[in-house]
Design a protein around this ligand. Sequence first.
Ligand code: UGA
Length: 448
Amino acid sequence: MKIVVAGTGYVGLVTGACLSEMGHNVTCVDIDERKVQTMKKGISPIYEPGLDELLKRNYKENRLDFTTDYVSAYKDADLVFIGVGTPEREDGSANLDYVFGVCKQIADNVENDCLVVVKSTVPIGTNDKVEEFLKENVNNDVHIEVASNPEFLAQGTAVKDTLFAKRIVIGVESKKAENTLREVYERFNQPIVVTNRRSAEMIKYASNDFLALKISFMNEIANFCEIVGADIQDVAKGMSYDPRIGNKFLNAGIGYGGSCFPKDTKALHWLANDNGYELKTIKATIEVNQNQKYKLFRAAKQRFGSLKGLKVAVLGLTFKPGTDDLREAPSIPNVRRLLDEGAEVVAYDPVGEENFKKIYPTEIEYVKSPEEALKEADLVFIFTEWDEIKSLDLNIYSEVMNTPIIYDGRNCYAINDVKEKRIEYHSIGRKAIFNIEEARSEVAATRM
Ligand code: UGA
């Protein structure tokens, strides 16, 4: 079976590498020649633990190849996985130009009967349209069928999530397509859920949107905890013992980011509207997240009045730890607001610096350690819970900052630990503790 994967982003590249690791012959197609040459050397263009090893091993053992020559690749393909991006359009809908661009290339060149498998996250009904398009445009007299096979990998754990997936979802309209995909996934030895194409497309959106809803729910409860004096971490812990709730995705913070949740919530909401239906829970999920992003910035503004001229340290830039991806990262709009306020921003991130520089090349200062960022800072924002940041000795804050005032968007520290150090600490869903000004005036008063 000759498998071709279109697109070498997160979904395409990880799929291609993992299929070859399971013994299949896979060719990955991309339009970027430089990227193709890099991947042939076993270097992944994306930061993803374990991926380089898979590329190196399977390329060396001739199971995995990379090419820009899509004409030859599609010509004798038995199976084409489409793993290209479906970015958000201005109105929130999904942009399918890349998907149909690949379909045109397949239709022009395929000479074998072929199963086209859509892995990209696409609106419900797209697989039907893709099949219609392929059948109308195919050049040669071949049978083309389309199947949906959504992807559930998360960045940072993509290889593990694929090789040891919790489930494989296959959306098909024929037994033949089902059998082909069962054969592809046989060696993965994971539960396979077979549905029709539209249900498979919906499973992907419903899964991502449910997780986003869970986060927004916890963020709202966290905000309310602050008002009534409860602690969100204790609340989450207490909830998590109920197996119907589970213990995952209960962490409150400054909102979800990344290339999936923001885009997929908006796309499903848009699609529902377009079909004359309002998804109220998804609408609320999006609104809560939008509001949550600026929660700590607003708190700092209220606390300081103006941030003009203050030295602000920023720890963590990526949308979550374990990735260099900045898409929809809360750090981006927050840094914008800090700069608009006239603050002087010094940032540290273990892997996100290069990408952040593409957005803010000169407007902020970049440093190589949290300690450097904190030096003489008036306040600090934490946007990503990297281990380097979570394990930082709390004494550092008091020792090197001008005033140890922390706005922690990821609840990195235990309240009791921070309390002991006499650090002013604002976090999410837990009461702010200690006020450095009040403490200083108390000390001054006792000295008089
Ligand atoms: C997400 C899903 O988790 C994957 O299952 C899915 O396949 C993928 O989207 C996709 O559609 O491609 P990903 O975007 O890589 O994966 O990242 P997550 O680990 O889900 O985190 C997303 C955001 O939610 C991050 O900003 C993270 O900080 C935030 N989050 C996560 C919370 O705020 N609280 C939590 O408890 C968990």
